[in-house]
Design a protein around this ligand. Structure first.
Ligand code: ATP
Length: 237
């Protein structure tokens, strides 16, 4: 069995007197895609912020390739290959090329140049529009830029907060296709989502309830579980 690339053990986090995470356990192996399901307010964003180093953990540990990174600053985690894409993920006033340059801020120049070329091949629309302001892109194209910006640092794992938010069903399909290509190239993904279509990408599924994550499930087990289907996706799947 491959050992975990990312391991979260007994993670506690919150804001002021509000406790959100009450001992979350979760693991993602190299090249694996994990989908994190949770109702509104369950703490998905909080978990991803802790992972990225944007919110301090109050207890527990985050391990990356076996190393304890719980107290490392965000930029050091990015350098280690652990990247995070928030719901926004881009700077609208900057050009597409500038957004990608910012994403590559913490990697060396040669890597940044090589990655930029790879990303323009992966997302041709971004190459065509590279000198335009990101604000002029459509919603779906902005999402692609957000993904590309996160990938500019050449991560081994990309954690994403609701990549489907605000997208039409067609554009959700485009984003899933792009992510499937990244996955095929060896990228591990941790995707917080409420959109059932992301189960198609998943190797494992974690559900976040009551501040804790349930043991890893297979996508099929989630699809076949009436309670989970009702809780996360309505009945329309
Ligand atoms: P959603 O799917 O609606 O984005 P989520 O699962 O990502 O929800 P979080 O954003 O992590 O949930 O929020 C978890 C809880 O923490 C919620 O009760 C929320 O109100 C609270 N919370 C989030 N951010 C803050 C903050 N900055 N200060 C205080 N409470 C917060």
């Amino acid at each position: 069995m491959t050992s975990a690339l990312l391991e979260i053990a007994g993670l506690h986090a919150g804001y002021g007197s509000i406790r959100v995470l009450w001992g979350v356990d979760l693991a993602v192996r190299t090249g694996e895609t994990a989908v994190l399901l949770g109702a509104n307010g369950a703490g998905k964003t909080t978990l991803l912020k802790c992972l990225a180093g944007l919110l301090p953990a109050r207890g527990g540990a985050i391990r990356w390739r076996g190393e304890d990174i719980t107290r490392l600053p965000a930029r050091v985690r990015v350098r280690r290959g652990l990247c995070h894409m928030s719901e926004l993920g881009i700077f609208p006033d900057l050009t597409i090329a500038e957004n990608l340059d910012l994403g590559a801020l913490f990697v060396d120049r040669a890597t940044a140049r090589r990655r930029r070329a790879e990303l323009y091949t992966l997302f041709p629309i971004l190459a065509e529009r590279r000198h335009a302001a990101a604000a002029t892109l459509s919603g779906g194209q902005r999402k692609m830029l957000g993904i590309a910006r996160a990938l500019a640092a050449e991560p081994a794992l990309l954690a994403m907060d609701e990549p489907s938010a605000g997208l039409s069903p067609k554009l959700v399909g485009t984003v899933i296709e792009s992510l499937a290509r990244c996955r095929a190239a060896g990228l591990a993904l941790l995707i917080a989502e409420q959109n059932v279509r992301f189960l198609d990408l998943a190797d494992t599924v974690f559900t976040l309830e009551g501040g804790r994550a349930a043991a890893a499930l297979t996508p099929d087990a989630v699809r076949q579980d009436d309670r989970l289907r009702r809780a996360y996706f309505g009945m329309g799947m």
